[in-house]
Design a protein around this ligand. Sequence first.
Ligand SMILES: Nc1nc2c(ncn2[C@@H]2O[C@H](COP(=O)(O)OP(=O)(O)OP(=O)(O)O)[C@@H](O)[C@H]2O)c(=O)[nH]1
Length: 739
Amino acid sequence: MTPPPAPPATTPPKRRTPAARQRVAGLWAAALLALLPPAVLGGLGWRLLDQELDASAAALAADLARLRSEVPAADWPALARQRLAGDDVAGRLASVADTDGALVATSTASPDWPTRSAAAALHGGGALVLTRSMRGPLALGALLWLSAAGALLLWRRAPPADRTASGAATRADAAVPALRTLIESFHDGILLYGDDGLVRDCNSAASRLLGLPAEQILGQPLARWVDLAHGATTVGKVESQAHRGSPTRPFPCELAIARVPHPGHDLWSATLRDLTERNLAERQLQQLANFDPLTGLPNRALFRDRLRLAIARAGRSGQPMALMFLDLDRFKNVNDSLGHDAGDRLLQQVAARLGAALRGSDTVGRSDLEQSFTVARLGGDEFTIVAESLRSADDALRIAERIQQALQQPVLVGKHEIVVSTSIGITVYPDDPSPPDDLLRHADQAMYRAKELGRDQVQFYSVELNEQAQRRLQLEGELRHALERGEFELAWQPKADIQSGHISGAEVLLRWQRAGQSVATPDVFIRVLEETGLIMPVGRWVLEQAARQIVAWRRAGLPWLRVAVNLSARQLRQGDLVRTVSEVLETSGLPSAQLELELTESMLMGGEQHQRLLHRLSALGVQLAIDDFGTGWSSLSYLKRFNVDTLKIDRSFVRDTPHDPEDNAIATAVIALARSLKLRVVAEGVETPEQRRFLLDNGCDEFQGWLLSRPLSARAFEAWWRQQLLLASGAEVEHATLP
Ligand SMILES: Nc1nc2c(ncn2[C@@H]2O[C@H](COP(=O)(O)OP(=O)(O)OP(=O)(O)O)[C@@H](O)[C@H]2O)c(=O)[nH]1
């Protein structure tokens, strides 16, 4: 039989419970009661011997005094010694002193310790000292004390029922119903069984757990429901399995067996605790900690573990492993236009598609190797895939292409069919022998490059890419100080009426210069500004600069000029753009009609929120233009919904006019659309007189591009503009001043 588990080696100090305190008080009372009789008896015996010694001493002293008076003085010492050797002095030490204190006689006995002495004066002078041993009563007292203590100990060890036959039995009888209630209140099932394994008793929790009424349990072997793999009488706690109902269904349980002392023969108790819920909760916790709740895919934490293991396996087998980083293209638009829920459902479908594409992957077409894939969602619209047991990087490319194909099929989200594309970055181990976190970073860099190249692309990581990423980091650091260092400038690109050539406005373009040299091209640094959020302060600066300059020119006698400022999606989403614009207008004194804000088509897809924002902006009197028209999500309904004033034909459609029939068709269609919606239409990137002629013939209102002028610094623009004004109207140059 296995003994119950030993208590821990050191136990923390405990506060006594009231029951324990009562037990200790009982023990003390019992000890006092037990020790009182021997103490009293011992004390009494001591006292009696003491009195007897005093009496003996007095009698002996009287006897010796009489003897001294009866015999001559010379004989007295001998007679006294004789007397002290007599029977009544036996075992005692007696000394007799004369009147002058000289020792007359002494007995020969030497009594055992402890001793007690009594002194008595001799009539006519002198004294007697009688000493006797007190060992007898002391030994008796000790004996009595030991017997009492022994009896007490035996009493304490005896089972309660045996201690006091009548009183304790009465209390136990009273406790039985209370005990029953207590056992019934347990959530755990308790079953009592004998050495034969048959159940004698059980509580209702046991009956509930086993799914049977008590009458069908009592008298039956416990082993029918409980897996007593460790033996029916093994005291202790184990995780086991129990079965409920009939036919039985197994469930996990914790089983605790204990011996129950019982007169005649011992019983055993089996305490059953259902672990189903606990195991479920543990599994849920595990799931939450390691899996993405939206898609059910491994999350970042689990993915990192799997990646580490995959690297180790690739190291052992020598078969390359690819890590792919996927980011959906322009996923924000889906959230913005169809709502976050639709975005969620799209992500779920993408996860399912990835799984299906990889399960059915015959891209490598090999039977000798067991290819395996781990797909994870890192967050947002980012997914990762580890593809193991590859032959080469080509295999990874084929897998990536297969994924792209799988995602290209339209996804049905509610009533909407959505086509998503994804940009994929790949790094291959051991060609890239980096640790796990660096591999992930490298795949991310490659993905980023795929985005830069126009999205819907696959890119492999390379050392150059890493260098590029380092440069980008450096760029980010420098951009953070560019504004305060005054490194930004505005370039002014004029717009003109396509027929008269009169200057109708200008678009301001942001430039980043240091010591007269361009630090980075706008497409590079503006993207970084947007990603880092620096676009917010820089965007405000652009608005302020542009407004201030126009007002300054007006003060300098030039006519009002409508200035177009490009907005970024982030400016629209974050911050209070309406307040920024109205503050800029107010502090600069620029009439709102002279400010035009240029947006891209995709920025109009932000649903009602953007619609409200744009309405508030146009309520300020500001003009709204759609930039690069035709390149984005060309849903025409927004043109009606938002108070758009101008469409700008993207330069890509202008470049090959009038020679390319398709571009001609697009350009004329945009012009026709704008006219029918009563919008002004501006052509971008006009470089040749033929292009201008073609656009003019088809009804375009304004144009901009190198044919008119390249973007100029404010000073150069002013000079050029003055010249244009002179050329256009000679003496008609307006010299009006501010009202
Ligand atoms: N519906 C949904 N959207 C999410 C979730 N997590 C993050 N997002 C959004 O996903 C978008 C991710 O956008 P990005 O990848 O930065 O940008 P994008 O629009 O995909 O554009 P590119 O990646 O540059 O092509 C952000 O708008 C997040 O707010 C999510 O669990 N559910």
